[in-house]
Design a protein around this ligand. Structure first.
Ligand SMILES: O=C(O)CCC(=O)C(=O)O
Length: 285
């Protein structure tokens, strides 16, 4: 497998701003197939435990209602060989991850983010490791749109250089869909550093640091926005992690892509840490 290394611009952008983008990592043809797998799944009358219902859900149980209903499929990619072998356990992404993580790579999270036309709601400002609460700062995050992600349909927004902050305790507001960064702190950071709109074409990839402050707005447009995402880690990081539970799968061992399906489970070796406390309410913060 060819070794990928960042060029000078990519390295500088990752260090100073906390992210970089590579174009056209997955072909448009493969992206179309993967969208089909995802849409086919969410149209099932009972799509199972993977789905996260959109808070804007005004939908009935019709086929079109089901297409518009969900904001996320968690852990679906380990059940879908077409997604798994083309994205999470594919040389294209692993080649880049190998530069950051070395020759032994473990998948920590896998998700499909759905932002249906008109009904796709916002993902609040967060740091990924602020939600994980396992103290990890060095895993590798990637996000690949399977259809264009634009300002109109709710592309992600990053606060450049915010990855240099510590892991901030996330809080809950009455309308939070999950833990989020304190809203006043977000306003201050935006005033200081501004916002980058991460507009991507089908099959591009954005890679960012786990402490990056990021968000995506509601989709008020006519166009859907589906993406697949993953987080990789490695055995060294895992040793010191405060994770209380995991669903890790091997994706690379000793520089070789793991081709097994279903993907091999990594046994939990550490004594599981205590479950983190619930996110505090913003008013107690
Ligand atoms: O797809 C989105 O809009 C949000 C994705 C995100 O926040 C993440 O992958 O951490």
């Amino acid at each position: 497998m060819m070794r990928w290394t960042p060029n000078a611009d990519q390295r500088t952008q990752y260090e100073t701003q906390g992210y970089f983008i590579l174009r056209n990592l997955i072909s448009k043809d493969v992206a179309a197939q993967l969208r089909g797998v995802i849409r086919n799944h969410i149209m099932l009358p009972d799509p199972g435990k993977f789905v996260d219902i959109d808070p804007m859900d005004p939908m009935d149980d019709s086929p079109q209602g089901r297409i518009a209903r969900y904001r996320k499929l968690s852990n679906f990619c380990v059940q879908s060989p077409l997604i798994w072998h083309n994205v999470h356990a594919a040389p294209a992404v692993l080649n880049i991850a190998r530069y950051f993580l070395g020759d032994d790579i473990i998948m920590k999270y896998n998700s499909c983010f759905l932002k249906p036309s008109h009904t796709g709601s916002a993902t609040p400002w967060h740091q990924d490791n602020g939600l994980w609460r396992d103290g990890e700062t060095e895993p590798f995050n990637f996000w690949i749109p399977l259809e264009p992600a634009t300002r109109e349909n709710g592309c992600m927004q990053f606060i450049p250089s915010s990855h240099k902050t510590e892991i901030v305790e996330h809080v809950l507001y009455p309308d939070s869909i999950h833990g989020e960064l304190p809203r006043e702190a977000v306003q201050e950071m935006i005033e200081k550093h501004g916002i980058h709109h991460i507009e991507l074409d089908t099959g591009d990839v954005v890679i960012w640091h786990s402490s990056m402050w990021h968000y995506s707005p509601p989709n008020t447009s006519e166009k859907s926005r589906i993406a697949v995402a993953g987080v990789y880690t490695n055995p060294e990081i895992v040793k010191t992690s405060q994770r209380f539970w995991h669903n890790f799968r091997w994706v690379m061992k000793d520089g070789e892509v793991c081709t097994q399906f279903p993907p091999e489970v990594v046994p939990m070796e550490n004594e599981p840490s205590k479950k983190p406390k619930p996110f505090p309410s913003a008013k107690d913060y």
